[in-house]
Design a protein. Structure first.
Length: 159
């Protein structure tokens, strides 16, 4: 559970920071770093739960790109659902669990911001899936050695 959670912890905090920068010009202060942490935990857990589903690995015997595209679509759909529910919860608490909440959500949500956030999440999900396929193909030990230039527990320096 740690790799996807750590990855999405960094991603969601980056997105929260970018959103704060985007609305800074309007004098709006967004303190959503707690929400980013919770979002990272939720998406990390959602990925682990999705990975347990039997149809997630439909393309495990094909080229890695098929798996990346399939899992990116699947995880992005799950992330979209969670993002939509996150936006819907305040409206449900205000208007009750009925169509009024959804109607007000549709009217009051800043859709460009919502979609920009989802595009960033999808991009990072794709990056995560590419990295996962690469690590699975070469092995985690080889990946760590290549990425950190580490052999036998210590850093090497070749000239």
């Amino acid at each position: 559970m740690l790799p996807p959670t750590i990855f999405f912890f960094v991603v969601f905090h980056l997105i929260a920071f970018l959103r704060a920068l985007m609305v800074e010009q309007y004098g709006i202060n967004i303190s959503s770093y707690v929400a980013a942490t919770i979002g990272a935990l939720i998406v990390g857990k959602a990925i682990l739960l999705a990975d347990a589903l039997p149809f997630v690995n439909l393309f495990h015997n094909k080229a890695g790109i098929y798996s990346v595209i399939w899992k990116t679509c699947l995880y992005a759909s799950i992330a979209f659902l969670f993002q939509f529910i996150e936006e819907l919860i305040p409206f449900i608490s205000k208007y009750g669990a009925n169509l009024a909440a959804i109607d007000n959500l549709i009217e009051e949500t800043q859709w460009p911001s919502f979609l920009a956030t989802h595009i960033l999440v999808t991009l990072f999900i794709a990056l995560y899936n590419v990295a996962t396929v690469a690590v699975n193909a070469i092995g985690s030990k080889t990946f760590i050695q290549m990425f950190f230039n580490v052999k036998n527990g210590c850093s090497t320096k070749e000239n």
